[in-house]
Design a binder for this molecule. Structure first.
Ligand code: SF4
Length: 249
């Protein structure tokens, strides 16, 4: 049985394609935790920042409701049921919200999947380095969402970002930055320079914003931002959110 420290609020569990960044197109089993300590203006999952009474498990045979907070045992059983009906999956993607708010829970569930050969991708805002250090041994891929003012409306301190990226680069790491019509080459050069210095093996993904206070960049603007970034960090790619094209979660 799981103790209370090994419980966490879930928002939803579902199977879909990974629509972002370097693992785009792979079939992932998504575990979306509820609750976030940031306030990005581009947030595409605002409902997941609050904790629902029931988490939703999207099985092909129907939606099942699970009372929050879930125990580690409950989540492992839910993931096994979804994998049975929708698998196989390339990876389990842990997303949110901000998953690193729930370190004891992650420490309880992640080793159970990995010992069975499952690969784990963690998507995070990149602002909690101590918490990343506590779970990094159970993670295969870290997708760090670096916040910039022209799309997120907030910025994480450079010191914290550098420490986080330095830790994340001990495993496979991808840095994603959402860009808008307001994003400047100076902003992107600053991010690219940091990635080049602290996590030189990490691809830098420029992801055009979708639906927020700021509109997306034009194609020409995206090319301009990519060129500016590539002068600092060669492996810079422009990738849109592909799951949206197919109207998937
Ligand atoms: S970190 Fe993610 S969940 Fe939190 S506000 Fe930003 S986009 Fe939304």
């Amino acid at each position: 049985m799981s103790d209370s420290a090994e419980r966490a609020p879930l928002f939803e569990i579902f199977s879909s394609i990974q629509g972002e960044a370097t693992h785009v197109g792979e079939r992932h089993l998504f575990v979306r935790l509820a609750g976030c300590d940031l306030d990005c203006v581009f947030c595409d999952t605002p409902a997941s920042r609050r904790i629902p009474e029931q988490a939703r498990l999207f099985l092909p045979s129907g939606v099942r409701e699970l009372p929050n907070p879930l125990s580690a045992d409950d989540l492992v059983a839910a993931v096994a049921a979804l994998d049975e009906e929708s698998g196989p999956h390339h990876m389990i993607s842990i997303t949110g919200g901000e998953p690193l708010l729930f370190v004891p829970f992650l420490q309880a569930v992640l080793p159970r999947w990995r010992t069975r050969g499952g690969r784990i991708l963690l998507e995070t805002g990149g602002h909690r380095p101590d918490e990343l250090a506590a779970v990094l041994g159970h993670i295969d891929v870290v997708m760090v969402d670096v916040k910039i003012a022209s799309s997120a409306g907030i910025e994480t301190s450079a010191t914290v970002q550098r420490r986080f990226l330095g830790l994340a680069s001990r495993v496979e790491c991808t840095v994603k930055v959402v860009v808008s019509e307001a994003t400047t080459t100076a902003e992107i050069e600053s991010v690219a320079s940091m990635v080049s210095e602290v996590a030189p093996q990490a691809p830098l993904i420029l992801q055009p914003v979708s639906g927020a206070k700021f509109g997306p960049p034009t194609g020409a603007h995206a090319l301009l931002l990519q060129r500016a970034a590539m002068r600092q960090h060669h492996d810079t790619r422009v990738i849109v959110q592909t799951h949206r094209i197919l109207h998937l979660r």
